[in-house]
Design a protein around this ligand. Structure first.
Ligand code: FAD
Ligand code: NAP
Length: 339
């Protein structure tokens, strides 16, 4: 089974919080999973399915079994006049996959360049950036059912993708280990450059000459200019989801805060930019011990001093209370917290 015990998890979470895992196994073959799952069940151990560790907060030592998903491989399953279907193992690095697709002329992932983490984690929160979400290119996934050890498949409807959300954050939470994701990519580019920062970064290229590679490069440039690199400044990206509010609450908030940054979602809901709310409430650059609100983007909490998960969560809680008091809006943490 290749089990390790009492392992240091600090190198395996991009927030770099100090924590230890009671048991740890690297999963390089899907066939290892049934035995590992039986062991966890027999010993009544909780599971932590780990990819790149870029969207988790470990509040303390983890008393169970950490399954580090390291499955690799990419297969072009089939193609037609419009699409390529690419099956990718869950342990592949997401950004390396994006680069691979851009090199091969499989279009659609360019806006999702430079998102840290693994392919297997991408469906968990339906990763998204610059107006594109995983669900836009998703065909299906394969997962191992934790209870039975059996392989099961999910199509897009069954994944119930939402805004930074899916079945795997709700009813399916902790019930499945994703082992592969099949993407449906385009032969002809369909570029999406609606975000102002992206448009600005691309303004020197005439629209008709733009290529997916240009967009991918611009996304990387913009991200590198405002997001801290977790390798040097530990963080988990956006700490809070952008809240969706009803129209009545939105109109009332807009009257009180005329500069409110918002985007319509559907006829009844509006998305508020959580970063704007946090910045306006005075949190940008604030430091508590060695945890800080990033000075370029208030939605990101950084942990340069490698403080504990509990310290990071304490600052997040202070911010949450402050936003609820100031705007009556409830912020929800985006990363998964392991208490
Ligand atoms: P982990 O942190 O390892 O795991 C996250 C959750 O998924 C955990 O609950 C874990 O159990 C579960 N999980 C992981 N792998 C599997 C699997 N194979 N099967 C079942 N469950 C699994 N996110 C965005 O959506 N858009 C962004 O633009 C974005 N930018 C970011 C920028 C920075 C600097 C950072 C640090 C993070 C950013 N994120 C972003 C968040 C994060 O990168 C994504 O959520 C990513 O998909 C997490 O991948 P991971 O492999 O690191 O997941
Ligand atoms: P930004 O471009 O400065 O935009 C600020 C906020 O406004 C974002 O939250 C974005 O929502 C929203 N927004 C901007 N233009 C929009 C448009 N045309 N239509 C709808 N919504 C719009 O944001 P940023 O911080 O630099 O991040 C850029 C992109 O990378 C965003 O999509 C963001 O979600 C993503 N990102 C995510 C994480 C993470 O950890 N989840 C971390 C870093 C960056 P959305 O967030 O809904 O797109």
């Amino acid at each position: 089974m290749n089990l390790q015990t009492d392992i240091d998890l600090q190198p395996y979470n991009t927030l770099a919080v100090p924590a230890r895992g009671a048991y740890y196994a690297e999963v390089t073959e899907r066939e290892q999973l049934p035995e590992l799952l039986r062991f966890a069940r027999d010993e009544a151990l909780p599971l932590l399915v780990l990819g790149g560790g870029s969207n988790i907060v470990l509040e303390r030592d983890f008393p169970g079994l950490v399954l580090h998903i390291r499955l690799t491989g990419k297969t072009l399953l089939t193609e037609d006049r419009h699409h390529y279907w690419l099956k990718v193992a869950a342990g592949e690095n997401w950004h390396e996959l994006v680069q691979f697709t851009l090199e091969h002329g499989y279009w659609g992932l360019e806006n999702l360049s430079l998102i840290p983490g693994s392919v297997g984690a991408a469906p968990i929160q339906n990763i998204g950036a610059y107006g594109v979400e995983l669900k836009d290119v998703f065909e299906r996934l394969e997962a191992v059912d934790v209870a039975s050890g059996e392989l099961v498949e999910f199509n897009a409807d069954e994944c119930a993708f939402g805004y930074r959300d899916s079945l795997f954050k709700r009813g399916g939470r902790d019930r499945y280990i994703i082992v592969s994701v099949t993407l449906r990519l385009l032969r002809q580019p369909h570029l999406k450059v609606t975000y102002p920062s992206l448009r600005e970064a691309l303004q020197s290229i005439p629209v008709e000459a733009l290529t997916p590679k240009d967009v991918g490069r611009a996304v990387c440039t913009v991200r590198q200019s405002k997001l801290p690199d977790p390798m040097t400044i530990p963080n988990v990206g956006s700490f809070f989801k952008n809240p969706l509010v009803g129209l009545d609450q939105f109109m009332e908030l807009q009257m009180r805060h005329p500069g409110l940054v918002s985007y319509p979602i559907d006829a009844r809901h509006v998305k508020l930019a959580a970063g704007w709310l946090i910045e306006r409430a005075g949190w940008k650059g604030v430091q508590r011990g060695s945890v800080a609100v990033h000075s370029e983007q208030a939605l990101v909490l950084t942990n340069p001093g490698r403080a504990s998960g509990a310290e990071v969560l304490a600052l997040a809680e202070e911010i949450r209370h402050s936003i609820a008091a100031e705007y009556g809006v409830d912020l929800e943490a985006e990363p998964r917290v392991y208490p």
